[in-house]
Design a protein around this ligand. Structure first.
Ligand code: 9D3
Length: 234
């Protein structure tokens, strides 16, 4: 019943790390989810406790051994979805995070080295997930990103008002710009419409700003979203 995340890693000391602070950390303290960091090295079998080896076929770097990863996965497998954080995975999406949050939890295998032996990925049916097109030094920070995205969606973690507002924003536009006091700062004024008290005008201005920033920065979102591409009423 409690949502459980098991993270298989060579650096269990990295967890909970930043997840221990803020929203996810409070939820962890409140028992809304559990985090279980598992040391891959505990599943090594030789006297040097090796977890990696050189790639068959040659090439740079080292590969996480299938037998070690498999034994670690077997130690936690209980029907939860099993994912591997790797740079060659499908990009993480809000929809995937929401789907995982709706289930019993996750088992996350963190990549390190050049990669993970393909046979354990196939044998365990691991779903490979990336968090974007940039190079990290391992899967641990990516696992934390995935967990943060999922845990905030667990029942009782976000406030109800916040959740509802977010659902209405799932439409797929970037947000309009925000302003607070002071109304004048460093020679810069807040856009006048925001001080007008005219709520219809404010809503129209925010909508136009959201479309403009989305068109400039993320035209892909405009193309994908039915709401985003709708022409506003005159
Ligand atoms: C040139 C070969 N590199 C692939 C891009 C090798 C390589 C680099 C970095 C292999 C592993 C890693 C470590 N990265 C991750 O484990 C990782 C990751 C990432 O680097 N970017 C985005 N998402 C992720 S999820 C795991």
């Amino acid at each position: 019943m409690t949502w459980v995340a098991s993270v298989l890693t060579l650096f269990p000391g990295m967890f909970p790390g930043p997840l221990g602070a803020s929203l996810a950390g409070r939820a962890l303290t409140e028992g809304r989810w559990r985090l279980d960091a598992v040391d891959l090295r505990d599943f090594a079998t030789d006297r040097h406790r090796s977890v990696d080896d050189t790639p068959f076929g040659g090439g740079p770097g080292m590969v996480l051994r299938a037998d070690v990863a498999d034994a670690a996965l077997a130690s936690v497998a209980d029907g939860r979805p099993m994912l591997a954080l790797t740079p060659r995975g499908r990009p993480l999406t809000q929809a995937r995070a929401a789907h995982l949050a709706a289930g019993p939890g996750v088992v996350l295998l963190c990549g390190r080295y050049e990669g993970i032996d393909q046979r354990v990925i196939e044998a365990r049916g691991l779903e490979e997930i990336s968090i974007g097109d940039y190079v990290l030094s391992g899967g641990e920070l990516a696992a934390m990103v995935l967990l943060d995205a999922a845990v905030r969606l667990l029942p009782g973690v976000m406030g109800a008002a916040e959740s509802a507002r977010e659902e209405s924003f799932a439409a797929g536009l970037l947000e309009y710009p925000h302003y607070t006091r002071p109304a004048h700062w460093a020679g810069r004024a807040v856009p006048e419409v925001l001080l007008s008290g005219n709520h219809a005008a404010i809503a129209a201005w925010r909508d136009a700003e959201a479309r403009a920033v989305t068109r400039a920065r993320r035209p892909d979102l405009l193309a994908a979203s039915p709401v985003a591409s709708r022409v506003p009423a005159p």
